[in-house]
Design a protein around this ligand. Sequence first.
Ligand code: AMP
Length: 187
Amino acid sequence: MSELNLILTGPPGAGKGTQAQRLVKRCGIPQIATGDMLRAAVASGSELGRSIRDILGGGELVPDEIVIALVRERLSAQDARAGFILDGFPRTSQQARELEALLAETGHERLRVICLEVPEEELVRRILSRGEGRADDTEETVRKRLEVYRRDTAPMLEHFADSVVRLDGTGSLDEIEQRIAEALDLS
Ligand code: AMP
């Protein structure tokens, strides 16, 4: 199978992480989830973690330079050479431009982009009921994260206007996985 370089995007609560994990099993390529990487930094109590803790807690975006540096480092690892699933990155136009430059440098094949779409009230309901204990899963912060998505991330998708495939992110997990597999021509 040819290299799969995928951006899995969509609003918070759309199911990106869950579907990314299914694709990891199916395709044997790594999930690169910037939210997980940033939460790990916060949990470790590192200097980076301390500097971004309040940003995550407030539902705002971490500065582009920080996130881009993390992704640059992660994409250079051996296991990402045969493909990767980016979950939660890029989230701004600047991140999208930097990603494309980075991939051109490293000779990766074209990017595929899938956006999972779910009505806003269902997103809020899903997040508030998922019980993962995330500090940013309160109603106030969820509303903020949705606003940030509309403000920064939805416009970022203009960058991929020619390639983005928008899929219905509602229904059972198997149904959603099937839609993604069909869109990507996975057997
Ligand atoms: P997520 O797990 O993808 O919902 O991300 C959780 C939080 O991490 C977000 O609300 C942001 O504060 C931060 N974050 C994750 N990915 C990015 C990114 N690509 N750019 C900026 N901030 C990010």
